[in-house]
Design a protein around this ligand. Structure first.
Ligand code: IMP
Length: 192
């Protein structure tokens, strides 16, 4: 049995990832590891922010740990909101404000191609590893659906006919960027 600290306090993410792990790993969120800090995300690359979070936790605990960082990258907006996805409309912005800003910037734009990208940074036995999951799709011109979070109401993954916010969690997981990155992480750990 291995324990792995996950640099988050988001219960949904912990539950989602623990459900993928199997019995060999126990995922420990920050609070349970006794860590109560706000980890900064100062960089303009998902990889660099994920690394910063993992290194911060490793330096505090000297235990195996991982972090993840996700962004919505829209081609017509040169990759924005990207690393700023959580705070696109301002430091304390909520999902509705972020969606409104995306939709207004996309008004009249034909190329609606976008992707969610998740980067995981793992520090295992003092070595650093990265894993990536990408979900390509299209930005809608209005909100559809009530499920999920973040930009789910305006994103339709390729191969689907409805937005993430019109899917169940299981349906979303068949496309999800985060699921793909986490699957790679645990494929790797499973081979150790
Ligand atoms: P985080 O790095 O996973 O916390 O994601 C940063 C931001 O990206 C979130 O605050 C959301 O706005 C957005 N985001 C991440 N994953 C998703 C998703 O699966 N659906 C919709 N929005 C997401």
């Amino acid at each position: 049995m291995h324990t792995l600290i996950f640099a988050t306090n988001n219960r949904n993410k912990v539950a989602e990832i623990q459900s993928l792990v199997g019995a060999n790993f126990t995922i420990i969120p920050l609070k349970e590891a006794g860590i109560e800090i706000d980890i900064p995300e100062p960089h303009d690359q998902l990889e660099a922010n994920a690394h910063e979070k993992a290194v911060t936790i490793f330096n505090l605990t000297h235990q195996n740990c991982f972090s993840e960082d996700t962004g919505l990258e829209i081609v017509a907006l040169d990759g924005a909101p990207g690393v700023k996805s959580a705070r696109y409309a301002g430091e304390n912005s909520n999902s509705q404000a972020n969606i409104d800003l995306v939709l207004s910037k996309m008004t009249g734009i034909e190329n609606r191609t976008a992707q969610f990208r998740t980067v995981i940074c793992l520090i295992w036995e003092n070595q650093t590893y990265y894993f990536e999951g990408v979900c390509k799709g299209q930005i809608l011109s209005n909100m559809q659906g009530e499920n999920g979070f973040g930009y789910d109401p305006i994103f339709v993954p390729d191969g689907a006919t409805k937005s993430f916010a019109n899917m169940t969690m299981d349906e979303k997981n068949t496309f999800s960027h985060r699921k793909k990155a986490v699957t790679q992480l645990f494929d790797f750990l499973g081979k150790l």
